[in-house]
Design a binder for this molecule. Structure first.
Ligand code: ADP
Ligand code: MG
Length: 319
């Protein structure tokens, strides 16, 4: 249903996305999880055709978003981080406006009425948007995404700023919508994607760190594989060789443990043991030890958030 290949995006100085690829099938609910600044909104803006990538492709149901944006966009309902609401319009007036904008060919009043029932805003249809609570405004945002019955919904942090009761309601609504739609939802909360999504992708610093089925990631705790390696040979060369292996997302060097042998901790988003063996078999460096360390999904995400916080503190002290 959605195929994203090798997306890369650099804003003025900063690489926001670095070679992001993933795909999802019909009916999937995918959680796009990551701390602030990870690249979630950038990815969603590219998938929906509102932002162009420097390189990479997006296919929506077989249609390339760049080659045929109008057709591709018809298949997507998008709720951006800040919903595009016109605050002085009534809910009904706004939805009619979007209906016309999207050039939808369905009976208007009937269709809007059905969508309003679905997201439970029928009793506020006549109200001015700016007088609504944040929770209701978010439902109106969801209603505009649903207009025209697109099979795909892209929801950028749909529960941010809502109170706990509203969060529960919106999550339930999204799960219900998931029965008939393919959904990508972004969040910075692990508990949220675990509660709502059947697949999870963790993104950090513009790169996919972990991906898998929620049940598998949660049950086995094998979201990220971490391994402890001891390798004989020159540190710099070994380090860069490790970094180049497909699937390895992070390498840290732990120091010299025996003469000429260094210890490394690597993180990977899949089993890379064979790739490592093959890569080193071609060199003069010897693998002396390779020990997997189990990491749970919570640990992985906590590490990312803590790492992010440390980075931010460091930047503050640099100033
Ligand atoms: P998220 O939605 O996960 O919080 P974003 O996709 O908004 O992350 O941002 C990813 C990175 O790109 C961040 O470092 C952010 O500062 C940067 N960024 C986002 N939008 C812009 C922009 N319009 N101009 C420059 N940098 C941006
Ligand atoms: Mg965002």
């Amino acid at each position: 249903m959605i195929k994203v290949k090798n997306l890369t995006k650099t804003y003025v100085r900063e690489k926001a996305l670095d070679n992001v690829s993933f795909s999802l099938g019909e009916g999937d609910i995918l959680g796009f999880l990551g701390p602030n600044g990870a690249g979630k909104s950038t990815t969603m803006n590219i998938i929906t055709g509102y932002l162009s990538a420097d390189s990479g492709t997006v296919e929506i149901d077989g249609i390339d978003i760049l080659e045929n944006p109008t057709e591709a966009k018809k298949k997507i309902g998008y709720l951006p981080e800040i919903p595009p609401l016109y605050n002085d319009m009534t809910v009904q007036g706004y939805l009619e406006f979007i209906f016309k904008l999207k050039k939808i060919r369905l009976p208007m009043r009937e269709h809007i009425s059905k969508i309003c029932d679905m997201v439970k805003i029928t009793d506020v249809k006549g109200r001015i948007i700016k007088h609504l609570s944040k929770g209701y405004r978010q439902r109106v945002g969801l209603a505009q995404a649903l207009l025209g019955e697109p099979p795909i919904l892209i929801l950028d942090e749909p529960t941010v700023g809502l109170d706990p009761q509203q969060i529960i309601e919106i999550r339930k609504l999204i799960r219900d919508l998931g029965k008939k739609h393919t959904i990508i939802l972004s969040s910075h909360l692990l508990s949220e994607v675990q509660a709502v999504c059947d697949k999870i992708i963790i993104i950090n610093n513009g790169k996919i760190v972990t991906e898998g089925l929620t049940d598998e990631l949660t049950a086995t705790g094998k979201s990220t594989t971490r391994m402890n390696l001891i390798i004989e040979g020159r540190m710099q060369q070994v380090y860069s060789l490790l970094q180049r292996i497909d699937g390895i997302t992070n390498v840290t060097e732990q120091g010299e443990c025996e003469k000429g042998c260094y210890e490394y901790v690597i993180e990977s988003n899949r089993d890379v043991r064979r790739l490592i063996f093959r890569a080193f078999a071609k060199t003069d460096y010897n693998i002396l030890s390779m020990k997997p360390v189990s990491v749970s999904l919570e640990d992985t995400y906590l590490d990312i958030i803590t790492g992010k916080a440390e980075e931010e503190n460091k930047n503050v002290s640099d100033i």
